[in-house]
Design a protein around this ligand. Structure first.
Ligand SMILES: Nc1nc2c(ncn2[C@@H]2O[C@H](COP(=O)(O)OP(=O)(O)OP(=O)(O)O)[C@@H](O)[C@H]2O)c(=O)[nH]1
Ligand SMILES: [Mg+2]
Length: 365
């Protein structure tokens, strides 16, 4: 991978953790000043540099700022990994500009020039309505056409769900995302360094896999050859990413202890074959481990409608909660005193017929 490009607040923090030579892009001079990286690019708006401290969660402002950096970014994104959050204004708006540029490219983009994306999605249950609405729009208007165009590489869909559910400090959570990405991206290096005992995934195979325009769900876990692989894969799904759908393609690296069972990988090949997928794989001896370990990546595609469904539902709920809050603020409901004895007397006075009719209606008699 040639460049790591972080856009907006979250994107910049993650990119600089992933590589000290990363490029970070932001409208906010203050946020640019806080990160250590290889290069900083400030996107500006019509008002000029310094006029905006950020995009105030408004993707339209980020999108406008894209114009000021489009030339530079269009060169840098070739063969790069772009990292941004979808909830705010800067990451969302500038990444939208990049994706539109890719969709418009009519020539076939070579494998080594494909752009990968790592997107950080808000946790819909607890994050603000603006973040969720911006994300929903972004998935619909930018991600879906980008995937359809076939002009992107893999897209990693990270989610802040675990961060909020487990109350993980932000910096620690970012470390978790970066560690897991590094582990996945180290597959070709491990192939070059470790003793291969079966299969072969070299840098070219890996790059080809990354260049495909699908969502990538990868995970790493200790593999028990005595247990069914499918249930282990499910149990050890990467909770930092959205769950995988039915795979279209798969890749795995199985690391085994020195002298360990070299044939356990056939279980994985058979599992994926049952899913209609022929995986590419390699098996390598790792002298530092005492139990088999697998790094598995599945590529899947999702219809745009399915992808945004959750977000739209939640966005609606957010809107309703907002309305309720407004009503509560301005309308005071009278407290009603209900005397149950009086109510019961009223029902009795209405007579038996009503009760029979009601029971009939609900098919009790
Ligand atoms: N995992 C993670 N999420 C973050 C971090 N910072 C912000 N977020 C999330 O990212 C979304 C907001 O995106 P930001 O990157 O802060 O926004 P931005 O792209 O800089 O846009 P503006 O601030 O509106 O200009 C929300 O869902 C936040 O919860 C971070 O360091 N780590
Ligand atoms: Mg910001």
């Amino acid at each position: 991978m040639q460049n790591i490009i972080g856009i907006g607040g979250a994107g910049s923090k993650l990119a600089s953790k992933l590589s000290s030579s990363s490029v970070v892009v932001n409208v906010s001079e203050v946020e640019l000043g806080k990160v250590e990286c290889g290069r900083k690019i400030q996107a500006v708006l019509r008002g000029g540099a310094g006029a905006y401290k950020g995009c105030r969660m408004d993707p339209a402002i980020g999108y406008e700022a894209y114009a000021s950096v489009s030339r530079e970014l269009e060169g840098l994104i070739r063969g790069a990994l772009v990292i941004s959050a979808t909830g705010g204004g800067t990451g969302n708006g500038i990444t939208k500009g990049i994706m539109e540029y890719l969709v418009k490219r009519s020539e076939r983009i070579p494998v080594e020039e494909k752009t990968l994306f790592a997107l950080v999605l808000p946790y819909d249950r607890l994050e603000s309505a603006e973040f969720v609405e911006n994300t929903s729009m972004f998935l619909n208007d930018s991600v879906a056409p980008a995937i359809d165009s076939g002009n992107t590489g893999n897209i990693f869909m990270f989610t802040n769900r675990l961060k909020f559910e487990n109350r993980i400090p932000e910096d620690h959570f970012n470390e978790m995302i970066v560690t897991s990405l590094k582990e996945f991206l180290s597959i070709p290096r491990k192939n070059a360094e470790l003793k291969l005992v079966d299969g072969h995934v070299d840098q070219e195979d890996f790059d080809l896999f990354l260049s495909k325009p699908y969502f990538n769900h990868f995970t790493v876990f200790n593999y028990d050859p005595m247990k069914e692989f499918g249930s282990q894969l499910q149990e050890h799904s990467n909770t930092l990413l959205l769950p995988a759908e039915q795979p279209i393609e798969a890749l795995f690296l199985m690391e085994i202890p020195v002298g360990g069972d070299q044939t356990a990988f056939y279980n994985l090949v058979e599992y994926f074959n049952r899913q209609g997928v022929k995986p590419i794989y390699s098996v390598a001896e790792n002298p530092e481990i005492s139990q088999a370990r697998v790094t598995v990546a599945q590529l899947y595609s999702r219809k745009p409608a399915e992808l945004v469904h959750d977000f739209n539902t939640v966005a609606d709920e957010h809107a309703q909660t907002k309305v309720k809050k407004t009503i509560n603020q301005f309308v005071e409901l009278e407290h009603l005193e209900v005397n149950m004895e009086d109510e019961a007397r009223k029902v009795k006075a209405q007579g038996q017929d009503d009760i029979v009719a009601m029971l009939k209606r609900i098919h009790k008699i």
